[in-house]
Design a protein around this ligand. Structure first.
Ligand SMILES: [Zn+2]
Length: 147
């Protein structure tokens, strides 16, 4: 199970809604299973059909700098699947997770035609997606989840 604050969760969902009909994405930062920071990207155009070096271009130094300043590290990536039903990782998502271990954890925000939002978290283990539960908590209680 991974824990995220309501504020970060809302920011992610809003970012994905704002970018419709395009895909949105950004980094998840934290410690262990606790998401403590997010880094939305303005220039993310989706992973579909991207090669390793293109994916690597998203791993800008500013992400690491920003997270390090806040004493957290990159633990994953979120991105939207506009106009799709269930939040299931694509083959490309699994490929990306494998070639970029830093973003092995994938939060997928699926948004269908009715603007229903469905969020799921996957980790790629031996080329297979393993689903993790997401617990959304009040901003003031997140510290309780830090070991
Ligand atoms: Zn995807």
């Amino acid at each position: 199970m991974y824990v995220i604050t309501l504020k970060h969760f809302n920011t992610i969902v809003q970012h994905c809604l704002d970018y419709l009909p395009y895909e949105a994405g950004g980094f998840l930062g934290g410690r262990e299973n606790v998401i403590l920071g997010i880094f939305p990207l303005n220039n993310f155009t989706g992973f579909e059909g991207k090669e390793k070096f293109e994916v690597a271009s998203y791993m800008s130094a500013s992400v690491y700098e920003y997270f390090a300043k806040n004493k957290i590290r990159v633990i994953g990536f979120y991105h939207s699947h506009p106009d799709r039903g269930l939040p299931i990782p694509s083959r490309q998502d699994i490929f990306t997770s494998q070639v970029m271990p830093d973003i092995n954890l994938n939060m997928i925000v699926s948004i269908n035609k009715l603007f229903d939002v469905n969020v799921a978290l996957f980790e790629t283990v031996n080329a297979k997606p393993v689903k993790h539960a997401i617990k959304v908590v009040k901003d003031s209680t997140i510290d309780q989840y830090l070991v």
